[in-house]
Structures are given as structure tokens and as C-alpha cells.
Design a protein around this ligand. Sequence first.
Ligand code: TYM
Length: 338
Amino acid sequence: MTASSDRPIVFSGAQPTGQLTLGNYMGALRTWVRMQQDYDCIFCVVDLHALTVRQDPAQLRHHIFELTALYLACGIDPEQSTVFLQSHVAAHSELAWLLATFTQMGELERMTQFKDKAQQHQLNINAGLFTYPVLMAADILLYQTQRVPVGEDQKQHLELTRDVAVRFNGLYGPVFRVPEPLIGTDGVARVKDLQEPSKKMSKSAASELARVMLLDEPEAIVKKFKKAVTDTLGVIQYDEVNQPGVANLLNIWCAATGHSREEALNHFSHNQYGKLKMETAEAVNYLLQPIREKFLENINNQELLLKILTKGAAKARVRADQTLEKVWESIGLPIARR
Ligand code: TYM
């Protein structure tokens, strides 16, 4: 491993809105864990983002600790990477305000996640939900990030982040580094809902059967895969359009076992959906078992979790403030001596 300053900077985060799904893990967290060796990684629990949907305070607090414990259980090492809570570093909110003045309404109106969430939460279409991608741009740009490992659903937000950075730099000089998205490079860019395989697997799906959670018991996982929606064609081939359910199971099996798609098609050439479902469930259980065990070891030690987050925030704050001061200076705001 090289010194942290020589390694490219990686930033990513997940919302503390309930346990993580298999989609979160295969689309993002597994990649984060693998990147720690070669990159200077910063992983954030993005609690401010979660506030765009109404949260119960006690539950939010619980979810923050739960997500921190899950990061560790998945293999994020707080000694090697910076792990912190977004609300502990004020620069995120400060830069978000400044960047909002460089983001056009029309750009935000085009965001498909905003449209979906506004549909889901019709009684609370708050301004934060609308400006959510600006806060995300601030998260990323504060750390002079080079790579952002995320699932495919975040692609549009990353494009906006790049556009805002380029626009700002065009006006004031090279203040921000323009980050590159890393989408599904090391897993599955979009794990699909097991009940409606045209949609992404999401924490908010109406049916429990639609999603696999990282902490699901093995029997529950088997049940969910057994009930996964497929089709009536009776052939196991990779066809996302006509057989999205089968394609999803093949993707998950490949990501869980490390086999290629070609190997999967050979392995399942018997065309038996029942076997495909059972073997996928078994592979996922094998993958998640150690995560469940590690999670149980650290979830009850909230003192330790808070200590990790506090230490991470101290490291993040120093770096974030450097960028924020550069921004203030470039737009003409005198720097307060902190
Ligand atoms: P969040 O919390 O919804 O999801 C965390 C990560 O999981 C990925 N993901 C998926 N990948 C594949 N298949 C799926 N079905 C699936 N569902 C979720 C997401 O793409 C994400 O990478 N806005 C972000 C959090 C965020 C962030 C950031 C990310 C805030 N600031 C800065 C990167 C950089 C979000 O809501 O992720």
C-alpha cells in the first residue's frame, strides 16, 4: 500500500434508512471494501440525505448505528478508510448551499429519483427532496474525489455533480476535481426487485419478498428466492428484456459465486428454474453469513461505533474545510479564522 496522499481519493455513502439490501451490497459496498487497499477511501453515513423523507427520531438514531455496524461487518476498516456521519461535518451543508446557487432548477427537475420519490411521498414533497442532488455533489466535491463507486441508480446524480464542478471551475478556475463514477465495476450495477424484476431492488418496496436484506435469516432468504418472479418460457438464457427475473437471478448467482455469465449459462443449461433459485439462495446465504455474524459482534457496542464516527469526522473535517475555504476565497467571501 502506498501513502494515503498518493492514492486516488474515493468517496461514497449510503442512507441510514433501514438495513442494507443485497442491491446496496452488490452494487456498492462490496466494491468499497475491495477498493480500500489501493485507494484513499472516505465512506459516509449520509444522515442528512435521509431527512428528505420524514424520519422517526429514535428509529433514525438506531439506523445510523445499524448502518455503521453494517459498514464494519461488510469489511470497511476504519483504520484504513475514513468512516463518518455526514451531519458531523458542517462543511457538507455549507457547500450544498453555495452549490445550489450554481445549479439550475431545470437540472434538478429532470432527476428521475426526485420524480420517483415525489410520487411516493406526495404529502411531503419538500425542498430538501428537490435539492438532494446538490448535497450529494457537495459530499463528493468537498474531498477532491476522483472515483465514486455507486449503483446505476446514482448515475444521473453523478453526472449533475460533474456538470456543477465543471461550471464552477469554468467561472473561478480549478477549485474542484471532476470525479469519475464507477458503476457496477465489481458487482451488479442494478440488482432487481425479486417480485417486479423490471425495477431495482429497494428498501422501500411494498413487499418484503421483493428484497433480500443483509441481515435476513437464511430461511427467509431461501423463501424469498423460491418465490422470486420468473416467467413461463422455461429456458435459462440471459435476456434482460424478455426474462428479467431469470437475468437477475443469474447476475446475483454470478456476483455471489464469482463465476462468469458464460459459466452460469453452462451450469444452468438444465433449464430448471427451481434449481436456479435454490442455488442462488444458497450462494447468497454463503456470502452473507459472515456479515451477519460480524454485525452481531459490534451492533451492541454503540460507544465504539460513536467513537469510530467521531474520529472519522475529525479526519474528514480537516479535508473538507480546505476545499470549503478555497470555494469561499474564489467566490469573494472573506475567510473567517476558525
Ligand atoms: P442509497 O443509500 O440509496 O444506496 C447506497 C448504494 O447502493 C446502491 N444501490 C444499488 N446498487 C445496485 N442495485 C440496487 N438495487 C441498488 N440499490 C442501491 C446505490 O447506487 C448506492 O451506491 N444518494 C445516495 C447516497 C449518497 C452518495 C453520496 C453516494 C449521498 N451522497 C455521495 C455516493 C456519493 C443514495 O441514496 O444511496
